[in-house]
Ligand binder design. Structure first.
Ligand code: ADP
Ligand code: MG
Length: 274
């Protein structure tokens, strides 16, 4: 049976100041799957993600967004915050809060006004901090953490929401390779449990491990398809101007740099590849 739609956009346009950034986007993101959004810098990926999360000023957006079958604009803010968790690109947070308190911010939409956290909130925070391997420094303020460590705490905050839909803008920024692998496992576990994940990723090989891929350029969606589909691979190579090659390696699809004419190939490159 076909998955229901978790997030849908129809004729979605957005402008910042006088500039049109998104141009009439139609997009359906299936529930219980992981979709990665990929495209060059300035393609409009962050703007699209913000528009899908309802984070752009109303006046800047035209068109419709639906979250789990309802018009996003009509869902009350607290309810929306329980249904849709968000990790933004380069987010500023109060440095002096501890990692634990930052992760607990993810529980705010679940808590009654001024009520202290209950055992379910503490359990969700512990689970999230353990999932991102940030539990050991839960009492340290964010100001004392490295960029990658901070990013893991911010991811824990998004996970602590336990929302059915998770939107992540460049969640791997500053993460070292082992923690990128951990992140991949975390996403797979969430999706296996029914969560819908939508992530903007620059790490194309990791983006290819998602279920589906959306390719963007110049404020438009150029392609949407399965990450294993040849048409997706061709569109991916094209959106990056044939500067990457998608290849099957060790049972998975990966992106490699393409060495064009006039550029140096590695000395041991097999003949005919370049
Ligand atoms: P991406 O995430 O794909 O790199 P963005 O959605 O951040 O792209 O940006 C899309 C376009 O909108 C870019 O050309 C960028 O320069 C422009 N843009 C983004 N934010 C602003 C802003 N605050 N003011 C003006 N232009 C912006
Ligand atoms: Mg961006």
């Amino acid at each position: 049976m076909k998955n229901p739609i978790a997030l849908g956009a129809s004729q979605l346009s957005a402008r910042i100041g006088a500039r049109q950034i998104l141009h009439g986007i139609d997009l359906q993101l299936p529930a219980g799957r992981w979709t990665s959004i990929v495209g060059p810098n300035g393609a409009g990926k962050s703007t699209l993600l913000k528009a899908l999360a309802g984070l752009l000023p109303r006046a800047a957006v035209q068109g419709r967004v639906q979250l789990l079958g309802r018009a996003l604009a009509q869902i009350p803010a607290r309810e929306r915050a329980r249904q849709l968790a968000w990790l933004g690109q380069g987010e500023g947070v109060t440095d002096e809060l501890t990692s634990y308190d930052i992760a607990m911010l993810g529980r705010l939409p679940h808590q009654a006004w001024l009520a202290p956290p209950d055992p379910a909130d503490h359990a969700a925070v512990e689970q999230a901090l353990r999932a991102t391997h940030a539990w050991d420094w839960r009492q340290r303020p964010l100001s004392q953490l490295s960029g990658g460590e901070r990013q893991r705490v911010l991811l824990a905050r998004a996970l602590a929401v336990q929302a059915p839909v998770l939107l992540l803008d460049e969640p791997l920024a500053n993460l070292d390779p082992p923690h990128q692998t951990d992140w991949l496992h975390t996403m797979r576990t969430l999706v296996a449990a029914g969560t819908t994940v939508v992530s903007v990723l620059h790490e194309v090989s990791l983006a290819l491990q998602a279920d589906d891929m959306v390719l963007m350029a110049a404020g438009r969606v150029l392609h949407q398809g399965r990450c294993t589909a040849p048409a997706t691979h061709a569109a991916l190579e094209q959106v990056f101007g044939q500067r990457i090659l998608v290849r099957h390696l060790q049972g998975m699809w990966v992106a490699l740099p393409a060495f064009g004419r006039g550029q140096c190939a590695p000395p041991d490159a097999p003949p005919g590849v370049y």
